[in-house]
Design a protein around this ligand. Structure first.
Ligand code: SF4
Ligand code: SF4
Ligand code: SF4
Length: 292
């Protein structure tokens, strides 16, 4: 990955950015790193363990990161879609960031290994199925060799279809059981690049919209709200599910929402911020006529 390191070094040397956000080798595998000097650029890596969506660090409310100065961020294609989401919602200015795209052949579901794993149907992340952005186009520069397609993995659409095939009572029972394990730790929110509200609704106490103690009523309220707030915005990076300490299959909710948004509005999430998302666009042929 000398091309990545050389690119980062040049950006820092020329003063074009003050920090490069990328990945480095950690004691338990790849982890995010904030490189502020050209001499440290040799720490930067990119391989199949670099699963983290670093766009989450561009949330302008992460003041400890904005204080570092103008950032260059290393992005896979799915991460570039999240950056586009932040740009689309005016959370960022394009001139205020530099995007270093990496050619991607897929990432592992589990990044905590000391060497890059060989990707197989068993080890590849579910996010990589059907990926259409392995060479992101919205970036300022693209580095790395062309990569082979990731191995075919379990199709999230098939898992969603299996849930759709259940009766409403069976589906409710499925989600009641899954969500009963939620501790409302909000790791899913913290990992999500699009969960960037100044004050999350779960932290509003006057009135309290969502009960924050982890019991079924509060958990349902939290997950229904979270899902609706991400409808048409979620890029399917899978980081919320990976962050969840109790293994709740949030990807099933996210994927179902993407399907519904496509059926209703013909929208699929794009790495082009100029493509309007339904939440911020008005159309006279909206299927819901109350809006006219
Ligand atoms: S979804 Fe695409 S860009 Fe993202 S890690 Fe998988 S193959 Fe790479
Ligand atoms: S909801 Fe999950 S999958 Fe969607 S953008 Fe946020 S972290 Fe990624
Ligand atoms: S990370 Fe998991 S346990 Fe924590 S709030 Fe999210 S779904 Fe619940």
């Amino acid at each position: 990955m000398s091309e990545l390191q050389d690119t980062a070094r040049r950006l820092l040397d020329e003063g074009l950015v003050q920090v490069v956000i990328g990945w480095e080798e950690g004691p338990r595998g790849a982890r995010p790193v904030f490189v502020t000097s050209a001499a440290d650029c040799e720490r930067l890596i990119f391989d199949a363990r670099c699963v983290h969506n670093l766009a989450t660090f561009l949330n302008p409310r992460r003041s400890q990161i904005t204080a570092l100065g103008k950032a260059a961020v290393v992005v896979k294609g799915c991460d570039a879609k999240a950056v586009a989401g932040l740009l689309r919602e005016a959370q960022l200015e394009r001139a205020g960031i530099v995007l270093i795209g990496v050619r991607c052949g897929g990432v592992a579901g589990e990044p905590a290994t000391l060497a890059p794993p060989a990707l197989s149907a068993e080890t590849v992340s579910a996010r990589c199925w059907g990926c259409d952005v392995r060479e992101p186009e919205s970036v300022d520069m693209l580095v790395g060799e062309a990569q082979p397609e990731p191995p075919v993995t379990a199709d999230l659409d098939e898992r969603v279809a299996a849930l759709d095939a259940l009766s409403p009572a069976e589906r409710f029972a499925f989600w009641t059981k899954e969500l009963s394990r939620c501790t409302q730790c909000y790791a899913c929110r913290q990992a999500c690049p699009l969960c960037c509200c100044e004050r999350c609704i779960v932290e509003k106490t006057e009135p309290q919209w969502i009960e924050t103690s982890p019991h079924p009523r509060g958990n349902f309220a939290w997950h229904l709200t979270r899902a609706q707030h991400l409808a048409g915005r979620c890029v399917g990076c899978g980081e919320c599910e990976r962050a969840c300490p109790v293994g709740i299959p949030l990807g099933l909710i996210n994927r179902k929402l993407q399907q519904v948004v496509y059926e209703l509005y013909g929208y699929t999430v794009s790495e082009d911020p100029a493509v309007p998302a339904p939440i911020g666009a008005y159309a006279t042929d909206d299927t819901q006529d109350f809006i006219e």
